[in-house]
Design a protein around this ligand. Structure first.
Ligand code: NAD
Ligand SMILES: O=C(O)C(=O)C[C@@H](O)[C@H](O)[C@H](O)COP(=O)(O)O
Ligand code: ZN
Length: 346
């Protein structure tokens, strides 16, 4: 099944057209505190006058069942029927949570993604992974459910904090490392900042869609899109338990890209020179995440809950050369901890 993704100035008019169809009974718009203030004004003129707003607090800490409860209560109070559409206006937290809440309400109503962060525009809004965090584990509850459509307006990025922009760049880098060596080489020369994100968004979405279309439910090649995430999610989850030390998803993934590239060298899949290129570029863009050597075991433990694992075996996506990901590579807990110690020493 193909999901329509509209990118550019035609995106919001196309959304308006979809919402005006007679088959749509009610329109609900899910926002967080920031997208309510900073993104809704741009969207509002493309919405029907009768839309209802649902707001959750901003941030990863609210990607929870409790926030879904807020969504479900409001849909129920407003007697939303199966022909209602939920418009998710926000970053990956809103698109993941809104997609999940919509998929469960009355066994599923349609939802559309209107991503407003770079991370959500290049990655989270596409591919149908939805979910929430649970018991400290990332996306522990979720379903694969394709949105009715995705509408990407790069203009939303104008109000985005530079730290958030960088966080999204980690997922772009991931895409190049698993599947596009030429783009990695080109952007390593150019540096990460640009005043026109549209071509990068288009290329990332196309690359991700190509992989997802081969394996929508992640039984095989879709695991490539999880490069950097075995260690990245472990770090993100651990730091979420440490008040004041929380890392953004992309920041943790950036560290994970280095650790998992190091693991690729240990397996003889990647050369030390290639690792050097990756870590030099990553560290030129991202500040190093701070943790002490004694914490590496506790961080690594989180990898035991990674969704790619088979039983007790941690299965990582690694690189067989830059631009060529390989999935289902067994690694031990001790190796994950050692990769974190390598990163810590850089
Ligand atoms: N489903 C997937 O395939 C997928 C892929 C990658 C990441 N994710 C998930 O996405 C989440 C991270 O998403 P994120 O980085 O977008 O974080 P986020 O949704 O928390 O957004 C980051 C911050 O930016 C604010 N914001 C959003 N748009 C803004 C704008 N245009 N201007 C000003 N502020 C704005 C938000 O309110 C929030 O405070 C994680 O939970 C991650 O697990 C999912
Ligand atoms: O779309 C995918 O597949 C991904 O793995 C994209 C990741 O960037 C994203 O963070 C995803 O939510 C991770 O999913 P999980 O299955 O590891 O929880
Ligand atoms: Zn990710």
């Amino acid at each position: 099944m193909h999901t329509s993704v509209v990118i550019g100035p035609e995106a919001l008019p196309a959304l308006a057209e979809l919402l005006a169809r007679p088959a749509v009974s009610q329109v609900f718009v899910l926002v967080d505190g920031n997208t309510a203030r900073q993104c809704l004004p741009l969207l509002e003129k493309h919405l029907p006058t009768s839309y209802q707003l649902i707001e959750i607090p901003a941030g990863e800490g609210y990607k929870t069942l409790a926030s879904c409860d807020t969504v479900w209560c409001q849909l129920t109070e407003q007697r939303a029927d199966r022909h209602a559409v939920l418009v998710n206006l926000g970053g990956g937290v809103v698109t993941d949570l809104g997609g999940f809440a919509a998929a469960l309400y009355k066994r599923g109503i349609r939802f559309v993604q209107v991503p407003t962060t770079l991370l959500a525009q290049v990655d989270a809004s596409v591919g149908g992974k939805t979910g929430v965090d649970f018991q400290g584990y990332k996306n522990q509850l979720g379903v694969f459910q394709a949105p009715a459509a995705v509408f990407i307006e790069p203009q939303f990025l104008q109000t985005l904090d530079p730290r958030q922009l960088k966080s999204g760049y980690a997922e772009v880098l991931k895409h190049w490392l698993i599947a596009d060596a030429a783009a990695f080489a080109q952007h390593r020369r150019l540096g990460w900042l640009t005043d026109n994100w549209t071509p990068i968004i288009r290329e990332s979405v196309a690359l991700k869609e190509r992989i997802v279309s081969q394996d929508p439910l992640e039984n095989g090649p879709r695991k490539l899109l999880n490069f950097g995430h075995t260690v990245g999610h472990a770090l993100e989850s651990y730091l979420l338990t440490q008040p004041g030390r929380e890392a953004l998803h992309g920041e943790a993934v950036a560290a994970g890209l280095v650790c998992e590239s190091w693991l690729s060298v240990q397996r003889g899949l990647l050369s030390p020179e290639e690792l050097d290129k990756i870590e030099t570029f990553v560290l030129s863009v991202f500040d190093k995440l701070a943790f002490v050597g004694l914490e590496t075991a506790a961080i690594a433990e989180f990898a035991l809950q990674d969704k790619k694992n088979a039983g007790a075996t941690i299965q990582c996506t690694l690189l067989q050369g830059i631009g060529n990901g390989v999935f289902d590579q067994p690694v031990t807990l001790a190796e994950i901890a050692e990769s974190l110690r390598y990163y810590h020493r850089l």
